[in-house]
Design a binder for this molecule. Sequence first.
Ligand code: SF4
Length: 169
Amino acid sequence: MRGSGCDNIDVVKVVVSACLLGLPVRYNGKDKKTNHPVLERWIGEGRVVSVCPEVLGGLGTPRPPAEIIHVGGVRRVHANDGRDVTAEFEQGAADALEQAIRHGAPVAILKEGSPSCGSTYVYDGTFTGARVDGEGVAAALFRRYGVRVFSEDDLDAAAEYVAALDRRT
Ligand code: SF4
């Protein structure tokens, strides 16, 4: 039955960055909870699948901040302590995608600007706060596998997209 549970198998599922749901999983040990009514409604409808790619990849919380760089055209992720964390980010992205597939979620709301979850911009690898157009490791993987990615800044458009999917099911 639609809209009646916390894990409703009869509705279109939506993967959501765990930090947007209030889980303190960010690099600094804090959350980025958004109280947007669309997200609140989706939680009530049992649509939401919470994931944190960086935690899934085995990184602790708190952890050093990380940014994406390109070395010889190859994407790497490095932390501000100099450690290369590309493998952890890629593993976490794969695990997050696996969760989306397992739940049949065709849509994801991912935290903008993150080296994992950013969908329109990320930081430029200099740890100076400078932004560049681009996407995080998990967002890129989700898109490659056909999951439609929105940021928390685009929840109204995401709601329209999910409603259109609902009408088709
Ligand atoms: S990896 Fe994504 S879900 Fe996890 S803290 Fe960073 S932005 Fe949030």
